[in-house]
Design a protein around this ligand. Structure first.
Ligand SMILES: NC(=O)c1ccc[n+]([C@@H]2O[C@H](COP(=O)([O-])OP(=O)(O)OC[C@H]3O[C@@H](n4cnc5c(N)ncnc54)[C@H](O)[C@@H]3O)[C@@H](O)[C@H]2O)c1
Length: 316
């Protein structure tokens, strides 16, 4: 067991690659497992301490990698992401998000990993106008939410039955550099494209829909605090900011920051989208881990906008 060696599945993705960067900067040896179905190799830092394996998380022969590196910790971030894509491909979504998670849990137990960190989502909650606590009712509305919640249950099954120490993180709308403007991904790259490339933004709803937008660096900070703290063992944490902003607020802010008018084309809310408002209660992460988000929405959006200006190809 090497205390400075960790595995990150999905490490070439948006959150994963920022996490990898954070870890290598702190001298961890990081093993990345990613099939590059959504991630990019260029997302990874070129530091010599990152070992990349282009493999599927469902592949049982990944055992060789576990035995070879003897990781101390596993961050399981690889997933079929997210809601709309899962409606298009529900069977594939189920396979990657549950079988992939089960396979990693099995390998982690066999290799004696000291902590299994599972990236879950705020989509597991029953929508509410109140801040969502970890104990709030669960009711996912999409195949993605269902498969991610199943992953949580499998994770706790392994904790209870095989003594694997686990931590489950429910991320709330993470945004920031390296997120490509893909058809089925989050809303922020789409608004960025409208601001920087003069494309109309299609708003599916009224614009009053609100989310707890979390800057990527805060998401990474919450992840690391939970993963390395004893208080994170066998716990679920919301990773958000504790503030909700509407889509229209984001559009107005980005319009101000970019100095560009953003033209909006209104469309009906998507039938599957039952979440008008979603806000994290982050008291638990604050009290147990000392988690404190640092980035106000305006600051996070400014940093993200500046990054897209230099990386316009991510908006195409
Ligand atoms: N971004 C968010 O706002 C958000 C919110 C809630 C939860 N999450 C969760 O956080 C995690 C990371 O999200 P992200 O935004 O970085 O997504 P992402 O799509 O950028 O990253 C996922 C990575 O997993 C890889 N991958 C997908 N299927 C794979 C497979 N079968 N085998 C190996 N690798 C595979 C992809 O190539 C990609 O690099 C996911 O588990 C997601 O469910 C993200």
């Amino acid at each position: 067991m090497k205390e400075k060696t960790v595995i990150v599945t999905g490490g070439a993705g948006v959150i994963g690659s920022h996490l990898v960067e954070y870890l290598v900067q702190r001298d961890y040896e990081v093993i990345v497992i990613d099939n590059l179905s959504a991630g990019r190799l260029e997302n990874l830092p070129d530091y010599g301490k990152v070992f990349f394996y282009r493999r599927d998380v469902r592949d049982e022969s990944l055992q060789n990698i576990y035995y070879r590196y003897k990781p101390f910790l596993l961050f399981h971030l690889a997933a079929h992401y997210a809601n709309e894509l899962s409606i298009k491909e529900p069977v594939y979504d189920l396979k990657v998000n549950t079988v992939g998670t089960l396979n990693q849990l099995n390998l982690a137990v066999k290799a004696g990993v000291k902590r299994f960190v599972y990236a879950s989502t705020s989509c597991v909650y029953l929508p509410s106008v109140n801040p969502l606590e970890e104990e709030s009712p669960l009711k996912p509305h999409t195949p993605y939410g269902i498969s991610k919640l199943a992953g949580e249950y499998y994770t706790f099954f392994y904790a209870e039955n095989y003594g694997l120490p686990v931590t489950v993180l429910r991320y709330f709308n993470v945004y920031g550099p390296k997120e490509a403007n893909l058809q089925y991904r989050g809303v922020i790259p789409k608004i960025m494209a409208a601001a920087l490339q003069d494309k109309p933004f299609t708003l599916t709803g009224s614009g009053d829909e609100a989310r707890d937008f979390t800057f990527i660096k805060d998401a990474v900070k919450g992840t690391v605090l939970a993963a390395f703290s004893e208080k994170g063992v066998n716990q679920v944490f919301n990773i958000g900011t504790g503030r909700a902003s509407s889509i229209l607020e984001v559009i107005n802010m980005l319009s101000e920051l970019s100095g560009e008018k953003i033209s909006i084309r209104y469309d009906e809310r998507r039938k599957w989208d039952k979440t008008v408002y979603r806000l994290a209660d982050i008291k638990k992460a604050h009290l147990l881990l000392g988690y404190e988000p640092e980035y106000e929405l305006r600051e996070g959006l400014k940093l993200t906008l500046d990054w897209y200006k230099d990386n316009l190809e991510f908006l195409n």
